[in-house]
Design a protein. Structure first.
Length: 366
């Protein structure tokens, strides 16, 4: 039985969903799986996490009560990680700490790292800081095996980091959650355009607000999620946008079913599971042309991938004005999701990558 340790300091939002998915599928495949995590303000309670994760996945919360203390404790813990076959770090901080702590202590081929959105893509950081982060990622890549979850993220890693070991792993939603039938537009009601995510700079809420102002005569606009009150006021104060606040996974599915178009204008991404879920529910999407988004939406088939604010608004208007196009794109999105956006093989495929990395060590020990 393979022993796997997943580590993250970002146990919330998209990273939480991916760690839940991959650990669940690995446990179903027979692996012994542990998840070590540092809490964030958005991290669910231990009870909620226990109810969400596979019952055979061991969950360990590492908390000192202070963020810096948590990071130091993680470094100490990783230097004495114990008897596991592979370590898989998720998110930038965890990736850096795990790889530094294990450098010289473990075969780098058995130390895996998934960024779920490289930090050097963050446009809210000064260019000099992004350059340093890119250099750090490049150097640390030599001490691990990269697992990327979208083709464009894989291509970026290959060109920017030249890692000695890198693999592409398909993630997504369970195939049995993909809707069976495409959406039938209800021409008797006013269309609804939505966005899913936290109200943060990364998600470019001002772009969504601009589209709402431009198209308020054609549709209602709903932001599914929440943010800091100051951020919501700053970006939506004079815009015709309704903000739902935090919603549960079950409520999210219902909200997505009530939309006609998803407008997803983020500035950077990894591989957004909210966007994947929307496509899997047959929702046509208009998305910004960034890593992850361009892999989730098939441009001109399941939605539109656009590079400018004006082009995002124009594509949204096109979908609002053409119910037949929305229906055709809905059917295409479901087919696309079944083929490329499910996690059914993520357990077997990830364990196969781990096994291939362990094979040389096992042969040398005989």
């Amino acid at each position: 039985m393979m022993r796997v340790l997943h580590v993250t300091e970002a146990m919330g939002s998209g990273v939480l969903s991916v760690v839940d998915s991959i650990s669940r599928r690995q446990a179903e495949a027979g692996a012994e799986v542990r998840v070590l995590f540092l809490p964030r303000p958005e991290t669910p309670s231990d009870e909620a996490l226990r109810a969400r994760f596979h019952p055979d996945v061991e969950l360990t919360r590492l908390s000192t009560g202070a963020r810096l203390g948590d990071l130091r404790a993680l470094h100490r813990t990783m230097r004495d990680v114990g008897d596991v076959d592979v370590v898989h770090a998720h998110s930038s901080f965890a990736g850096a700490i795990v790889r530094r702590a294990l450098r010289g202590r473990r075969d780098p081929a058995t130390v895996f790292y998934s960024p779920h959105g490289f930090a050097f893509l963050r446009l809210d950081l000064p260019s000099a800081v992004r350059a340093v982060l890119r250099l750090v990622e490049r150097r640390l890549a030599r001490h691990s095996t990269l697992i990327l979850t979208s083709p464009s993220e894989f291509a970026l890693a290959q060109s920017a980091l030249t890692p000695p070991r890198a693999h592409l792993l398909q993630t997504g939603v369970a195939s049995d959650t993909v809707s069976r039938r495409p959406r039938r537009p209800d021409r008797m009601r006013r269309p609804v355009v939505g966005m899913v995510g936290r109200v943060t700079y990364q998600k470019a809420p001002w772009r969504f607000a601009a589209a709402a102002r431009a198209l308020e005569d054609r549709a209602d606009f709903v932001w599914i999620g929440a943010g800091a009150p100051d951020d919501e006021t700053r970006w939506f104060a004079d815009a015709p946008v309704r903000v739902t606040g935090w919603v549960s996974p079950q409520e999210l599915a219902a909200y997505i079913n009530g939309l006609d178009v998803l407008l997803f204008p983020s500035l950077w991404e990894g591989m957004s599971l909210s966007l994947i879920q929307a496509q899997a529910q047959g929702l046509p999407a208009v998305v910004s042309d960034v890593v992850g988004n361009r892999d989730t939406v098939a441009d001109g088939i399941t939605g539109f991938v656009r590079s400018t604010d004006e082009a995002l608004i124009t594509a949204t208007a096109l979908l609002l004005d053409d119910a037949g196009l929305r229906e055709r794109m809905s059917a295409a999105a479901l087919d696309w999701a079944r083929r490329t956006l499910t996690d059914d093989r993520v357990g077997d495929d990830s364990l196969a990558l781990y096994a291939a990395a362990l094979a040389p060590r096992e042969r040398s020990s005989r």
